[in-house]
Design a protein around this ligand. Structure first.
Ligand code: FMN
Length: 458
């Protein structure tokens, strides 16, 4: 590593990796591996990502086999979209065990478990992986998930975020219940820990009552890295206060610039240093020898998509069955949709291209987020432009198929990014926070992040 290389790179890289088939047709690709129910699949990818200097691998999740067209789970099973899906926490634990530096993040919903469970699991993970753990906080977006937990329908967005707010408050307070110096392990005196440095939580809120303290000492990172991807105003506000990293997806540089400015301004308005909130838009890269070669590869990939699989995927993402509308009519405008960000993009694209529901279904099935298609140099140019224009602090790399698309990115695009000094050649930090250039939260940091009402209560 050259001596003038900065402590943290300008461009952070995360990898979006399903614990199951990738995207709508990733499993169908001729070069796709079929080992997604095996440990070897994930440990191999972890090593590829670490070799390429990625900050972290990230695993999304949902707590149901998606029910899409006609409210049935059949399309998800038929087309392999959104199912099968392994529990992400054991998956990322394996990935961390196979590497030394790679951060690992799992998606866990705030909707269907108690904060104590989450706080304990994530604190345990952060200890075992030496401070490399991250948690993607989601509020869930499908009725099918609610129906696995005794509810008929997904709660309204406002209630989902209110629950997430209280969930985060309790979780971070549990992580803070042990001071960093609470354990003394003094063999001579026989004193293991200092009870005056371990506090109860005594939280009594609308949704949770938690006495504490946690049974696990404070995580090495203070708080594991907190990730969020809410796109609605409520989601952005939540992320601007609680998140260390925001994931997003944009169809244009302009919308990415606007989003970046918006969430950084929201973080500043809450008294945070905006640089302590990293924004990583999705980028699906298709690398070729030149742009023609890359476009041909992308075309071959999209030809694998069955149109019905596309409509089914869209139905699952926006939590509505669009086959109830006129397939040859325009996309309806819907008030309450699952992933507002996804739907907004779809509407923008459908209006611009004047597409019907049917055509949108076809497009959506083949669609990958934030396409970057071209030679390694073309892709590096685009990524650098997004950094220069204030649209990103890095990217969440999505693969059309795994592991090959990650290998291509690591072998071709990363060397180009390294030549430009944008991506690390060696890890400088010990923890995921350090690699991301994020400060370790002091004990009590939750007060700075919680909504004003919680601060008054404390
Ligand atoms: C890039 C990206 C990845 C996401 N990953 C997940 C996920 O793995 N599981 C999940 O339940 N929601 C996921 N979501 C959904 C968001 O967490 C959030 O719930 C959704 O955007 C709705 O929030 P909103 O109401 O603020 O728009 C993702 C969203 C985006 C943009």
């Amino acid at each position: 590593m050259s001596t003038d290389e900065p402590t943290t790179p300008r461009m952070h890289l995360a990898a979006f990796l399903n614990a199951g088939p990738q995207g709508t047709v990733g499993w169908r690709h001729a070069e796709a591996g079929d080992g997604f129910l095996t440990a070897a699949h994930y440990t191999h990818i972890a090593r590829v990502l670490e070799r390429a200097g990625f900050d972290m691998a990230f695993v999304p999740d949902a707590l149901a086999v998606p029910r899409s067209l006609g409210g049935s789970y059949a399309p998800a099973v038929t087309w392999g979209t959104g199912t099968p899906r392994l529990d992400p926490v054991p998956v990322i634990t394996l990935m961390a065990a196979a590497t030394e530096h790679l951060g690992v993040a799992a998606t866990v919903s705030t909707g269907y478990q108690e904060p104590y469970h989450l706080a304990r699991g994530m604190a345990t993970l952060d200890h075992l992986v030496g401070g490399r753990a991250g948690w993607n906080v989601v509020t869930s977006f499908q009725d099918a998930e609610a129906q696995n937990f005794g509810q008929e329908k997904l709660p309204e967005r406002q209630e989902r975020y209110a629950r997430a707010e209280e969930f985060l408050e309790v979780t971070t307070r549990l992580w803070d219940s042990w001071a960093d110096d609470a354990i003394v392990t003094d063999k001579e005196s026989g004193v293991y820990g200092r009870p005056d440095r371990v506090d109860a939580v005594d939280h009594r809120g609308r949704r949770f009552a938690v006495r504490g303290p946690l049974s696990v000492p404070r995580p090495p990172q203070g708080y594991p890295v907190i990730i969020q991807a809410g796109a609605s105003p409520a989601g952005r506000d939540f992320a601007a206060r609680w998140a260390d990293v925001i994931f997003c997806s944009h169809e244009s540089l302009e919308s990415a610039v606007a989003f970046y400015a918006d969430v950084k301004a929201r973080a500043a308005a809450h008294g945070r240093d905006p640089d302590q909130l990293k924004v990583l838009p999705a980028a699906t890269t298709v690398v070729g020898t030149d742009v023609r070669d890359a476009l041909a590869k992308h075309e071959a990939f999209t030809e694998l998509v069955h149109p019905e699989a596309g409509l089914s995927r869209l139905a699952y993402h926006v939590n509505v069955d669009l086959t109830r509308y006129d397939l040859d009519g325009p996309l309806p405008s819907l008030e309450e949709v699952g992933v507002e960000g996804h739907y907004r993009e779809v509407v923008e694209f459908a209006e611009r291209e004047k597409l019907s529901v049917r055509e949108i279904g076809r497009w959506y099935g083949a669609r990958t987020e934030g396409n970057m298609i071209g030679s390694a140099a073309d892709i590096a140019d685009t990524m650098e432009l997004w950094l220069d224009r204030g649209a990103a602090d890095g990217f969440m790399i999505q693969a059309t198929h795994v592991p090959a698309a990650f290998e291509e990115f690591a072998d071709h695009v990363v060397p180009e990014l390294r030549r430009r000094g944008l991506v690390r050649t060696a890890y400088t930090g010990g923890t995921l926070r350090e690699n991301l250039g994020l400060a370790r939260p002091e004990r009590g940091e939750w007060r700075n992040r919680a909504a004003p009402a919680a601060k008054e209560r404390s």
